[in-house]
Write a protein that binds this ligand. Structure first.
Ligand code: SAM
Ligand code: SF4
Length: 315
């Protein structure tokens, strides 16, 4: 269905947990999240019912995210059930990749169509530092496991952080030389943990084009502008939520692991869905879509209006 500004809402980002096996400095507090009572998190049955209501309102693509979605027990079976919902045309997962060596084959068998893997650096010392203790090799093994399991068109997401990984832009782009991979640079957004970071860490995605002038435009998918070095197999996407916000073409809503529908990533508005069923649940989803804000207000150094850290939303 369309929102009040005529945007057709077809994409649901569904967070299944706010917990994670990493502590990325821009996303998670160092001590992790307060362990929630079991009953504070929506059960897979509840989440499935919410997805069904969203599909009845026009959602066709679902992305399972987190926290780290693969740390929640039973996630593979949950994916199988979501993929079987009539009307779900595409099921994707966004993951840090650490558990893919264990789960990639099962996720493929469960019907997951595509993976996005987050990778901010190719230097193991820097990976350890930004994730506070993660292993780059484990993430790369996860990427390999995804290939071996038959996942194609995997996207690699790199958050561009001034003074941290801008020196690696050329070497990251080189990953697209021999493999049909989509590398995407995402502008760091001032939300949660990094909301108060120094401005020097927030780089416009155009920085990528300045550092790699051989990149040529080849298209756009509504969220990213896509570039390629002629002759390379893969592509490089620039996702610019701040410097060139894509609100006019935003087609997404989000549901958090505690069952709140967020019509906009950067708005404080959250609609509780738990406890609603059938027509009442569908009506709440429809009302939330109609009430989706026109745009966020991140330009000019404004912090996000969201009340949550990214790990509690899902990106
Ligand atoms: N744990 C999974 C992962 O890291 O891919 C899924 C959840 S994570 C919150 C989803 C995406 O949000 C990741 O690609 C992460 O890098 C990105 N992210 C987190 N905080 C961000 C921020 N402040 N600005 C831009 N992207 C951010
Ligand atoms: Fe975990 Fe993903 Fe956040 Fe890193 S970005 S702390 S991997 S949820």
């Amino acid at each position: 269905m369309n929102d009040a500004f005529g945007r057709e809402i077809t994409y649901l980002r569904l967070s299944v947990t706010d917990r994670c096996n990493l502590r990325c400095r821009y996303c998670m507090p160092e001590g992790g999240v307060e362990k929630r009572q079991h009953q504070e998190i929506a059960s897979f049955e509840e989440l499935e019912e919410m997805v069904q209501a969203c599909v009845a309102c026009g959602i066709r693509k679902v992305r399972v995210t987190g926290g780290e979605p693969l740390v929640r027990l039973g996630v593979v079976d949950f994916c199988r059930r979501i993929r079987r919902i009539s009307g779900v045309e595409e099921l994707c997962i966004t993951t840090n990749g650490l558990l893919l060596a264990k789960y990639a084959r099962d996720l493929k068998a469960a019907g997951v169509d595509r993976l996005n893997i987050s990778l901010d650096t190719l230097c193991s010392g820097k990976y350890d530092s930004i994730t506070r203790g993660g292993s780059l090799q484990q993430a790369l093994d996860g990427l390999q496991a995804a290939r071996d399991a038959g996942f194609r068109h995997t996207k690699l997401n790199t958050v561009l952080i001034g003074g941290f990984n801008d020196d690696e832009i050329p070497s990251l782009v080189e990953l697209t030389r021999d493999e049909a991979i989509s590398l995407r640079f995402i502008e760091l957004m001032p939300i949660g943990e990094c909301a108060g970071w120094d401005k020097s860490h927030f780089l416009p995605s155009q920085t990528v084009l300045e550092r790699v002038p051989d990149l040529k435009p080849v298209g756009s998918d509504g969220v990213s502008f896509i570039y390629q070095i002629p002759g390379y197999q893969g592509t490089v996407g620039l996702i610019s939520p701040i410097s060139q916000h894509f609100c006019p073409s935003c087609n997404r809503i989000r549901i958090t692991a505690d069952g709140k529908l967020k019509p906009c990533l950067h708005s404080p508005s959250e609609i509780p869905l738990r406890g609603l069923h059938g027509a009442a649940l569908q009506a709440a989803v429809a009302a939330a879509i109609r009430g989706k804000p026109m745009r966020h207000q991140l330009e000019g150094g404004n912090a996000s209006g969201s009340l949550r850290n990214m790990n509690a939303i899902g990106g």
